[in-house]
Design a protein around this ligand. Sequence first.
Ligand code: FPP
Length: 276
Amino acid sequence: MKFPDLLKTANREETSLLEQLDPRRLPKHIAIIMDGNGRWAERRHLPRVAGHRAGVKSAREVIETCARLKIQALTLYAFSLENWRRPKAEIDFLMRLLREYLRKELPVIHRNNIRLLVIGRPEQLPSEVQRDVTRAMEQTAGNSGMKLAVALNYGGRAELVDAFKAILERYRRVQSNGSAAGFRVDEETIAEHLYTAGLPDPDLLIRTSGEMRVSNFLLWQIAYAEIYVTETLWPDFTRAHLLEALIDFEKRERRYGGLSSRAEEKSSAAARGGRG
Ligand code: FPP
């Protein structure tokens, strides 16, 4: 049996989807732009915040499923630097919801051996949110299972600015010690100074609610990610939708700028032919 842990609680549809999944081809890191909470609420003539509350349920289901599938890392885009442009009441609600989520779900996160990380500029968040987030990260710091990175007050360009500033700072330090001669900046140096240092790059980026944008999310890290956009609004996104995205991912051929295996075969056959 491939996923005994998940099959125990799976319904018929989920069981059939799980059977189509190959555990060896799963992504290492899934990043999700959770979009469509507002539209979900509007369609039901509910206030936008009702969509955010419903979105927490989807987040919970996706986190649990990824942990059980033994995905190494999951990153969720919860609050962007641009989100400060929303009405204050909505921002306050989102902050309260996050604190409520941490209070209720931390024991479950801990029990599932998940390590919680926050990426972004949390120092600009309300102090009570910073306190809860720090506590949650400290409590789960020793967990060895899935890394759950919550992007909070996050922007991809801001992350690059912060990384370059940190690299410059490091350069100044080594220069003042007189040891700058071997100082190099390469791709590895930049990756090491991103908020996501230590995480593999996302190999799958999921965006709900149909928008074809990356919205300033993990700009450096998604260079080779497969992108999966679904029309489903985030509050409607279930375990079955996640499994469908994973099945789609497993069918794709990842080339990293090289050739597909069929094209490679053809081209080496032609080269052999050419050499006689
Ligand atoms: C986008 O919907 C969603 C957000 C602004 C993020 C909020 C996410 C949650 C509340 C899910 C819970 C997450 C965690 C980690 C507890 P939108 O308001 O942009 O929707 P719209 O595009 O339809 O207006």
